[in-house]
Ligand binder design. Structure first.
Ligand code: 5GP
Length: 206
């Protein structure tokens, strides 16, 4: 009963809150995992690699994937399309892996609608708006206009924290990573409704 057919961990939060650094820090400490690689129409940032950070496609290709129902969910974020491909997620779940999504609040909503019984969600943010601004400027990979858009978006996103199971305030990376490791381990143990029924039947019969 302690091992089952995979689970989902959704991570959301403003760009600049440190989600990627956190994922990197915890990845060797949480067991068999699949980090979902999204498809996006946004331009590649410096240092990003095709098939590692994202699959970079143009709008036509993205729309064709939508028509072919390739996505578990997709959304327009900061004016660009972002989507999670269904195929690799299904495969990883079947292999009993913890599937980790770095998706926005709209994506979280869609995943909860379709797969809530195996999903655990975490909202990750900076201790303050001021700190988010500082981090976005320090990262300096984006133009001033893009940073402004991300800040406005962050203000809207934090209004939806209550939709998540957990909130992590990423003040120090070490501490935030420790909390996320605990949540990831617990997420793996979430029991899908069907398995509860099966377990109860077996438990009563034996
Ligand atoms: P960035 O451009 O900074 O990599 O990501 C911008 C936002 O898009 C982040 O909030 C990130 O979580 C979100 N995002 C990335 N991939 C996906 C996806 O596949 N679906 C959705 N709904 N959001 C995504």
């Amino acid at each position: 009963m302690n091992r089952h057919s995979g689970a989902i961990l959704v991570l959301s939060g403003p760009s600049g809150a440190g989600k990627s650094s956190l994922i990197n820090k915890i990845k060797d400490h949480i067991g068999p995992t699949y980090f979902s690689i999204s498809t996006t129409t946004r331009g590649k940032r410096e240092g990003e690699e095709e098939g590692v950070h994202y699959y970079f496609v143009d709008v036509d290709e993205f729309k064709s994937d939508i028509e072919q129902e390739m996505f578990l969910e997709y959304a327009v974020v900061h004016g660009n399309y972002y989507g999670t491909s269904l195929g690799p997620v299904k495969k990883a779940l079947k292999e009993g892996k913890l599937v980790i999504f770095d998706i926005d609040v709209q994506g979280h909503d869609a995943v909860q609608n379709r797969l809530s019984d195996i999903t655990t969600s975490v909202f990750i943010t900076t201790p303050s708006l001021e700190e988010l601004k500082r981090r976005l400027h320090n990262r300096s990979t984006d133009s001033e206009e893009v940073i402004e858009r991300r800040i406005e978006m962050a203000k809207r996103e934090v209004q939806r924290i209550s939709e998540y199971d957990f909130l992590i305030v990423n003040d120090t990376l070490e501490e935030a990573a420790e909390i996320l490791i605990s949540i990831a381990k617990a997420a793996r143990m979430k029991i899908p409704t069907l398995q509860i029924n099966e377990f109860v039947q077996t438990w009563e019969a034996s």
